[in-house]
Ligand binder design. Structure first.
Ligand SMILES: [Ca+2]
Ligand SMILES: [Ca+2]
Ligand SMILES: [Ca+2]
Ligand SMILES: [Ca+2]
Length: 699
């Protein structure tokens, strides 16, 4: 360390400015004195040069980008960090802060105690072992406290074989250096699974009539895939079945679904690799040409050989944080429609402004209607990328590049003007006012953050007002998403947790992986009283499945048992996966919707407003992406509470085209498939009785 005395307690999503000292097992934290603040290491400050594998070494490989790209801009700010906006030195005024809350202490108070369910029934039970979902994550833990050990891996719920039930894909880690031996890892992977590999489990629900999984990894043709991070799902070749993109600490892999139960590695032929440390990814139609493009978040320029040694404030070895390594630019891959992608990272401009990407969403938040890409960056400003031509239809700012409008729309920084950890991200209409709001999970000492959309694409951090601050202050959240667990029509929240820095009490007790925490289930109390919508922490009454303390990372949401409520698949770092089956949602009524583009693939950019007989209007989006490193059920579940009749489903497709499917008289508590172009035209109440061609029961 060349005499450099470092005290680094920066978490994965660590506060930039505050030293944190965990003083208790569950992450109670206090701020250290200002003079104890961590100096920024010289290599952090001067990390303007791209790391090995950065894009500057590869322009022109696909003809779409070139070194002499005329759109190239100098990094904004003072250039001390590649592509960040302005760094936020200690004491600087926040560039985009909302006014301080008049009564933060009062706002931090938890709402009145509310149970998860009226009768105390557990919300979730873990059925992974009982259903044969036999997967143990391996994180390569070697004693070196590599940062990559604690970032975890993701999960996907998708129907790979098209039989009507959700199958499960779990991403696996690996050793972090060829110099590390599997047998020395803590704990080592099974002798018969070295290198450990990603696993595909086929759901036997349709065949057997009851939930059970069988491991079909080998039969499906998945080979070892390196240190896996995230997974994205989309029908990238437009043949009607879902394909997989698996990101990694090294190479990424594009697995094309052959439609016969097997997958083929098309990465190189498609030009879809990114050898850098990739995290979350999402398929979406960026240019509205009808095929799915791909956004890949990249994280840090880290290698085992160049790994730093970091320590807690008390001097004990600890995991390094994101500011110990240079961030890496994200990647935008445009589908050419011929099985290959064009790397548009340079021509789009996204490679010139970036942070350490962890979460990602492709969703229209601005109402224009093309999807933006919202990137959660670790310890630096989040980004909301709008494509050229977005917003005003004439090109953003008169350029042909993408534009980051996160600062001006209020979703870059929290209410104090600070960047946060930004691991898990999701968009949903939590307050039922017809626009999509944003939720992010962050590290301890930060709160999780809820950004309220004012309906015009401007966001306000309402975390305190919503009652979400106090429950999350001591927690480090990763996988996260909106789910209406009780199907009352109000979107609740689940966050799976686990810190990124050693919890002293656990370490002192000899815990080999002293980062684990329990989950957070947050019940939406609704807005029926006319005031702001608030959430209550109902974790303690949600059942023992959420009381398990784990280092939880990926979480995928979907109705695994097709019973009309949202279940959750959790990939816990260095632990068995959990399958959280919802036990209570279908006590209320519900409607499931699958929104298909005209060619039959799930439209990942579609949304629907369900109009109930009582006049409620429930906005839901197809939510394949989001959470952390994971891919969700493409089907939409709409909780109806006591209602048993729906008037119509108003669908907005990826390109903004709207279509109304009348549903009066049709039964609820089942899944329907709505295919683009099949709604009766013009919509009329009379059409409701003749909608069989447009509303096929699913599955
Ligand atoms: Ca299936
Ligand atoms: Ca809203
Ligand atoms: Ca609810
Ligand atoms: Ca379910």
């Amino acid at each position: 360390m060349t005499g450099w005395q470092r005290v680094l307690v920066q978490g994965i999503g660590g506060c930039l400015l505050t030293l944190l000292l965990e003083t208790a097992g569950m992450g109670v934290v206090v701020a250290a004195p200002a003079e104890a603040r961590v100096p920024v290491r010289p290599q952090d400050e001067g990390a303007g040069a791209p790391a090995a594998g950065e894009e500057e070494t590869e322009p022109g490989q696909d003809g779409s980008d070139s070194v002499a790209d005329p759109t190239r801009r100098e990094p904004p700010g003072d250039g001390t960090k590649p592509g960040f906006g302005k760094p936020l030195p200690p004491g600087s005024p926040p560039p985009h802060a909302t006014p301080p809350d008049a009564a933060p202490a009062a706002a931090l108070e938890a709402p009145d105690a509310v149970p998860a369910t009226p009768d105390g029934a557990p919300v979730f039970v873990d059925r992974a072992a009982a259903t044969g979902l036999d997967f143990v994550h391996f994180n390569g833990m070697s004693g070196r406290r590599y940062i990559s050990e604690v970032t975890g891996s993701g999960a996907a719920l998708f129907d790979y074989d098209g039989d009507g039930d959700l199958d499960a894909f779990l991403v696996q880690g690996d050793r972090l250096s060829p110099a590390e031996r599997y047998e020395d890892a803590t704990p080592p992977p099974p002798a018969g699974d070295r290198p450990p590999r990603d696993r595909l489990f086929k759901n036997l629900l349709v065949e057997r009539g009851e939930l059970a999984f069988t491991d079909v990894t080998e039969a499906a043709g998945f080979a070892a895939s390196g240190y896996g991070m995230g997974v994205a799902v989309g029908d990238v070749d437009g043949d009607g079945d879902p394909d997989l993109y698996v990101s990694g600490l090294g190479d990424n892999r594009l697995w094309i679904n052959r439609g016969d139960g097997t997958f083929t590695d098309a990465t190189d032929a498609a030009g879809a690799n990114d050898p850098r440390w990739s995290t979350s990814a999402t398929f979406f139609d960026a240019d509205l040409d009808g095929d799915l493009d791909l956004w890949v978040d990249n994280y840090l320029a880290w290698t085992a050989d160049g790994a730093e040694d970091c320590a807690s404030v008390s001097g004990h070895p600890d995991y390094c944080g994101p500011l110990s390594y240079p961030p890496v630019a994200d990647r935008l891959l445009l589908n050419r429609g011929d099985g290959t992608f064009a790397n548009a990272s340079t021509s789009s401009g996204i490679r010139f402004s970036f942070g350490a990407g962890l979460g990602v969403l492709a969703v229209d938040l601005l109402g224009d209607p093309r999807p933006e890409v919202y990137v959660g960056n670790d310890a630096s400003a989040n980004q909301l990328w709008t494509p050229p031509g977005d917003r005003d239809g004439e090109g953003s700012g008169g350029t042909t590049t993408w534009s980051d409008v996160a600062l001006e729309t209020g979703c870059a920084l929290n209410r104090d003007g600070r960047p946060e950890g930004s691991m898990g991200v999701d968009a949903g209409d939590y307050d039922g006012d017809g626009d999509l709001d944003l939720f992010l999970s962050h590290v301890h000492r930060e709160t999780n953050t809820l950004y309220d959309n004012d309906g015009s694409g401007h966001f306000t951090d309402v975390t305190l007002r919503a009652g979400l601050a106090a429950p999350s202050l001591g927690m480090t959240g990763f996988g996260a998403g909106f789910l209406d667990y009780d199907n009352d029509g109000w979107l609740d929240l689940l966050v799976v947790d686990g810190t990124v820095n050693v919890i002293p009490a656990l370490a002192a007790a000899g815990d080999p992986y002293p980062l684990h925490q329990t989950d957070l289930l947050l019940r939406n109390l609704g807005g029926d009283g006319g005031g702001p919508v608030r959430f209550a922490d109902v974790t303690a009454s949600a059942g023992p499945a959420l009381a398990v303390s784990r280092v939880s990372r990926g979480a995928a949401f979907g109705d695994v048992d097709n019973d009309g409520d949202v279940d959750v698949l959790v990939n816990d770092s260095a632990a068995p996966a959990r399958l959280l089956l919802n036990q209570v949602g279908n006590r209320s009524h519900w409607l499931g919707l699958r929104l298909l583009a005209a060619d039959g693939h799930d439209d990942p950019d579609a949304r629907v407003t369900v109009e109930t007989a009582a006049g409620r209007r429930l906005l839901r989006r197809v939510r394949v992406d989001g959470s952390y490193l994971s891919a969700n059920d493409p089907r939409i579940l709409v909780g109806l509470g006591p209602e048993t009749e729906v008037r119509a489903a108003h669908v907005r497709w990826a390109d903004g085209t709207e279509e109304t499917f009348p549903l009066t008289g049709q039964p609820v508590d089942r899944y329907l498939t709505l295919t683009r172009g099949t709604a009766p035209s013009p919509p009329s109440p009379a059409a409701a009785s003749d909608s069989s061609s447009s509303t096929d029961p699913t599955p």
